[in-house]
Design a protein around this ligand. Sequence first.
Ligand code: NAD
Ligand code: LMR
Length: 342
Amino acid sequence: ALRASFARKAHKDAQVVQSQFQPQASYKVAVLGAAGGIGQPLALLIKMSPLVSSLHLYDIANVKGVAADLSHCNTPSEVLDFTGAAELPSSLKGVDVVVIPAGVPRKPGMTRDDLFNINAGIVRNLIEAVADNCPDAFIHIISNPVNSTVPIAAEVLKQKGVYNPKKLLGVSTLDVVRANTFVAQKKNLKLIDVDVPVVGGHAGITILPLLSKTKPSVSLTDEEVEQLTVRIQNAGTEVVEAKAGAGSATLSMAYAAARFVESSLRALDGDGDVYECSYVASDLTELPFFASRVKLGRNGIEAFIPSDLQGLTEYEQKALEALKPELKASIEKGIAFANKQT
Ligand code: NAD
Ligand code: LMR
């Protein structure tokens, strides 16, 4: 009798868990580089989304165990594993969102651009497969240097005749997550309320937090603005140095990427109120790619918010002008790489 009652309780608990995680929709998400430092926690967070019915994990090695492990979580999505180039096309078939954290991370003393030689080729090859197998998917690029890998992806998609700039999204969410955290800490604000737009790119001085546009509005001294800006710009390096050779941000990155995936899925699902900062093809400045707040909808980027770049403080305006040459050079380097290879 005791065993029967225990079984009944276990069954009831399972039903409660299932109803909490009842799928509201059924999207397929692929993670390329899923066995890595970012890939694994990101896959876990995506496995928890009620919007996902199928999670495709791709890597060049070690992905079987990750998938077996995750598949035991009693949340709705199935988990499928794909290893090596031969299985890459099947990992992408029918997918709505592709997230790419494949590639090498920094060690102390390196810039993100030092990763270019290895990661540029990895991104090019993966995007070729995306173009061939799921050209309509939202594409999220995490692999560094993002300032160059997004232009590379755009060129490859153009070469394949399937480029949709509204759906190619460089993931700069971690800069926003960091800015929100640091501002809330400094001003003793409730974290959940704070939202700082971060524009430009994703490396060093190209990361420009628009602190004057923080919501709710905060009053900061010039010194606080300088300190916060520099900390946000160097936050990746802060983690690289703390990890002392064992890589760069993985957990906060997975958290930020999962937020961006969830936003994309909500947009696909018809939510009309989805705004995120992202590094994308843009007309907001004279640069062909620029990170800014965008409105996401079913077809990708639905709108830019030009007013975000109006009424900047003198400090922000100067920083915006100062970042342009570096960002321009990184964009041109990516475009030249992609076109040299054809
Ligand atoms: P990692 O080395 O822990 O994991 C990378 C994974 O990519 C590995 O599992 C590896 O096997 C896989 N991989 C390598 N080549 C591949 C290929 N051709 N196809 C599929 N998978 C491949 O590194 P990580 O810490 O997860 O970082 C990954 C990338 O993300 C780095 O380039 C890093 O700089 C970048 N990153 C970006 C941000 C951002 O804000 N956009 C933040 C953190 C890290
Ligand atoms: C980050 O901002 O943490 C990432 O771009 C990784 C890095 O190299 O700093």
